[in-house]
Design a binder for this molecule. Sequence first.
Ligand SMILES: Cc1cc2nc3c(=O)[nH]c(=O)nc-3n(C[C@H](O)[C@H](O)[C@H](O)COP(=O)(O)OP(=O)(O)OC[C@H]3O[C@@H](n4cnc5c(N)ncnc54)[C@H](O)[C@@H]3O)c2cc1C
Ligand SMILES: *[C@@H]1O[C@H](CO)[C@@H](O)[C@H](O)[C@H]1NC(C)=O
Length: 259
Amino acid sequence: MASNSFRSQIHLGVIIILIIITLLTPITTYNTSPQPWNILSHNDFAGKLTTASSSIESAATDFGHVTKIFPSAVLNPSSVEDITDLVKLSYDSQPSFTLAARGHGHSHRGQASAKDGVVVNMRSMVNRDRGIKVSRTGLYADVDAAWLWIEVLNKTLELGLTPVSWTDYLYLTVGGTLSNAGISGQTFRYGPQITNVQEMDVITGKGEIATCSKYMNSDLFFAALGGLGQFGIITRARIKLEVAPKRAKWFRFLSHPPS
Ligand SMILES: Cc1cc2nc3c(=O)[nH]c(=O)nc-3n(C[C@H](O)[C@H](O)[C@H](O)COP(=O)(O)OP(=O)(O)OC[C@H]3O[C@@H](n4cnc5c(N)ncnc54)[C@H](O)[C@@H]3O)c2cc1C
Ligand SMILES: *[C@@H]1O[C@H](CO)[C@@H](O)[C@H](O)[C@H]1NC(C)=O
């Protein structure tokens, strides 16, 4: 008897819980479903925020072709302000939406993706007429983060200068490799690219632009370097240069693994 009424109490409890879940379900779904937000009609982004399937599709994959992670929209910014506006909008939204900077998309496993959020296509910021300023006397270049290293090299070589530390493959963006490490044959001598940056402009999670270095906002500086875009979006980096050698000797060693 006692165990029977105990069982029916459990049944009643389960039914009540099920009713509650059923009642709550539409609300829950509403809260967690991808937000089309009102940003698509947001004036500030006129024409720069797209939901075109071709853009969504290409932002969903990367060089690795291992993952397919779909954003809701892609921003093609033409200025830093376009990005700060978007970050502020996410920061002020309830709930906020995911954002990811995408450089050249040469990640291997979706590192530059934003599930149901917005992917910021940094390459749309590249303007051929500006974005790389070389200081001969200071031996540094101020570079917009969306430039490829091959473009930086070509530009500095015109003045007989070159960055000191490289990646071996140069079709990667400055912002993308500084968010990782940037490793090449020069690393053993000069350190990876992230140790050859003197200063950066970074858009913080609140949509503010902060200049940072070893001496100024150093927490942000060291977090953003190698930070996989989790601590802000790099928009400018001051890259250390040296006089480009006129000649270089290139060795290739072949070796057999011990059998
Ligand atoms: C063929 C090939 C060769 C490679 N060779 C080398 C090599 O020689 N040395 C080496 O070190 N690495 C190498 N890599 C790895 C490469 O450095 C990383 O994959 C790098 O992330 C690619 O840069 P990207 O511009 O394509 O970045 P993406 O893949 O677009 O982005 C990489 C990460 O950085 C973030 N990010 C991008 N831009 C910004 C920004 N402006 N601010 C903040 N976060 C940002 C993204 O959100 C993401 O988390 C190679 C990769 C490939 C595919
Ligand atoms: C860089 O310079 C080389 C040699 O002049 C040229 O072949 C190449 O097209 C240039 N690349 C870019 C991306 O500007």
